[in-house]
Write a protein that binds this ligand. Structure first.
Ligand code: HEM
Length: 413
């Protein structure tokens, strides 16, 4: 494999359904220098080491590849020219803004927020399954994998029901920035426009919640007078958008990838049906075996870094191939087998180090509930075709639709 062909193969849509043989090839060279001077890291130990290395920056404004691609601060979905969120900051700012946000989302200050949504999640999934009753063919993406996380994140943030129709199209455009296959110049204008719309939408929402606070996360953040002070409004708007987007786009893929994997492993589907407790380790295995986030792009070496016999020079851009590390045979035995109750499921599905996924507890719970309902309520689910159509991005990977035939919907338990 020539170095020049590596990006072409990453972008090649025909690899989307099964990129794993390509990752096997990549791992023969744990750290590869690409012709543009950036580095691709594909083995578990090296990715994990770099995720935890303070010499590796997440600040997108320091990254040469992001600059070349026309990406700027705030391009974690919100659109160009916006203030960055903690996703693309380094300490100490990253830690401070993550802490201020976490105060309203999880322990130690708000330990009940995610657990408190469990019953509501079950209710949403039950209603979604009930809606399938009259149908013999359903789309797992449109009928289950998308509506659950989008409803949950909207309720958590305090986004009114119905607004989803408004932001969905902007999010689709804004997220194309994560697809390096698109010509940056032609996309930039559309992205800027979508970014502006999203920003105006979130500004309005923050204002409304400040005037009339509710029990939601945005209201809490808008009124925060915690020990570290309030987040500046500009930052609050960006963070609200980050949570809105990161909070559902990835989880849709986890649920859809999970349903597809179960249909391709009928014995495991049957085991889950018989033993819903299996959902907990199964979701961890899915995050290893079919992770929604395949790459972490735009990291920057702040110093020369010696790793796996290579020196990554200061200033170089790094891409960490999480999905390849997850299938590294040096880390996990039989990596290409889906074994829901395997002992080692230390995976990179949520990244690692200080940027480890903020929403992991929420995403885990949603996927556990959705996949348990998928196994227990859908009678005799069968794939209509394999592979299903995939979304274009090689970074956030998952089916755009997943059609299945069913014999019916089992009664609620
Ligand atoms: C299955 C679903 C999800 C997956 C696979 C996923 C994956 C990831 C990954 C790999 C990272 C690390 C990015 C990096 O190192 O640059 C990350 C960070 C993040 N995720 Fe998630 N995520 C999911 C769901 C969520 C949800 C539900 C939320 C919000 C409620 C969320 C919010 C965030 C935030 C805010 C960050 C930035 C954390 C930081 O920089 O400290 N994610 N996620």
């Amino acid at each position: 494999m020539t170095q020049a062909s590596i990006w072409e193969r990453i972008l090649d849509f025909s690899n989307r359904a099964n990129p794993y043989p390509f990752y096997d090839e990549l791992r023969r060279t744990p750290v590869t220098r690409l012709p543009d001077g950036s580095y691709l890291v594909s083995t578990y130990a090296e990715i994990a080491a770099l995720l935890h290395d303070p010499r590796v920056s997440s600040d997108i404004n320091r990254n040469p590849a992001a600059a070349a691609a026309g990406a700027t601060a705030g391009d974690d979905g919100e659109g160009p020219g916006m203030s960055p969120t903690f996703l693309s900051m380094d300490p100490p700012d990253h830690d401070k803004f993550r802490r201020i946000t976490m105060r309203h989302f999880g322990p130690p200050t708000t330990p009940g927020r995610v657990a408190g949504m469990e019953a509501r999640m079950a209710e949403i999934v039950t209603a979604l399954a009930d809606n399938m009753t009259a149908h013999s063919r359903i789309d797992v993406v449109d009928d289950l994998a998308y509506p659950l996380p989008v409803t949950v994140i909207c309720e958590l943030l305090g986004v009114p029901p119905g607004d989803e129709q408004r932001f969905r199209v902007w999010v689709d455009v804004a997220l194309q920035s994560t697809d390096p296959g698109l010509d940056p110049e032609t996309q930039q204008e559309k992205r800027a426009e979508a970014g502006k719309e999203l920003r105006a939408f979130m500004e309005e929402l923050v204002e409304a919640h400040r005037r009339t606070p509710g029990p939601d996360l945005l209201s809490a953040m808008a009124a925060d007078d915690g020990p570290e002070g309030r987040m500046p409004d500009e930052q609050l708007v960006s963070t609200g958008l980050l949570l809105l987007i990161a909070g559902h786009e990835t989880t849709v893929n986890l649920i859809a990838n999970g349903a597809l994997t179960l249909l391709r492993h009928p014995a495991e589907l049957q085991r889950l049906r018989n033993d819903p407790d299996l959902a907990i380790p199964m979701v961890e295995e899915l995050l290893r075996y079919e992770p929604p986030v395949h790459f972490v792009p735009f990291r920057t070496a702040l110093d020369d870094i010696d790793i796996a016999g290579t020196t990554i020079p200061a200033g170089a851009s790094l891409t960490l191939v999480l999905a390849s590390g997850n299938r590294d045979p040096a880390h996990v035995t039989d990596p290409d087998l889906f074994i829901p109750d395997r002992r080692n499921n230390q995976h990179l599905g949520f990244g690692g180090g200080i940027h480890l996924c903020f929403g992991a507890p929420l995403a885990r719970l949603e996927a556990q509930i959705a996949l348990t309902a998928f196994a227990t309520r859908l009678e005799n689910p069968r794939l209509v075709s394999y592979p299903p159509p995939y979304r274009p991005s090689p970074f956030l990977r998952g089916p755009s639709h997943l059609l299945i035939d069913i014999d019916g919907i089992a009664a609620r338990q």
